[in-house]
Design a protein around this ligand. Sequence first.
Ligand SMILES: CC(C)(COP(=O)(O)OP(=O)(O)OC[C@H]1O[C@@H](n2cnc3c(N)ncnc32)[C@H](O)[C@@H]1OP(=O)(O)O)[C@@H](O)C(=O)NCCC(=O)NCCS
Length: 157
Amino acid sequence: MAFPVTLLADSLSSAEAVADMRWKEWGRPPEPADPEWWLETTVREAGREALPVTFVAHDVTGDVLGAVGLDTYDLNERHDTSPWVTGMIVRRDRRGQGVGQALMQHLERWAAEHRIAEAWVGTDLALGFYQRCAWTVQETFTRSTGQRVAVLYKKLL
Ligand SMILES: CC(C)(COP(=O)(O)OP(=O)(O)OC[C@H]1O[C@@H](n2cnc3c(N)ncnc32)[C@H](O)[C@@H]1OP(=O)(O)O)[C@@H](O)C(=O)NCCC(=O)NCCS
């Protein structure tokens, strides 16, 4: 199924729904627990031509199904490569229907159009999802928080 994907910059009214999904998924220590932080961060990442940018997937009624960002950096421990996929989230009741893959395809196309040759992503639980999107594992390491993450990359040009 095809899902319309827009830039958050073109649908700023979606920011609250995106932030709410992210807060419900990650809004507890070591991540910030304050929902306002998630809203401010999501709005700050609504670039249009320059990073950070965020893409939002909708259903035919305009409801927000998910979002993904592309930013200069993500993990504090990895500032030697750029850019990074950030905040990938799909609404819980709409997972497993291709929304995440549609968002990644859109992000990858946008990046290639903007002459971004490759990109990285760090993940713990969604390793299989990125591999399914044809991203390649570069390394795994343990963060200062104790979280074990895999770093994947993909050539986009
Ligand atoms: C990970 C996530 C974004 C995937 O979105 P989705 O819309 O459910 O994914 P899709 O339906 O597009 O799945 C595409 C493929 O990846 C697979 N996949 C999806 N999530 C997966 C996961 N967590 N682990 C392994 N494989 C996964 C699907 O089975 C599907 O494979 P198929 O084409 O062979 O059927 C979504 O599950 C989510 O929001 N998870 C919680 C937040 C999260 O972990 N985000 C990643 C942060 S790095």
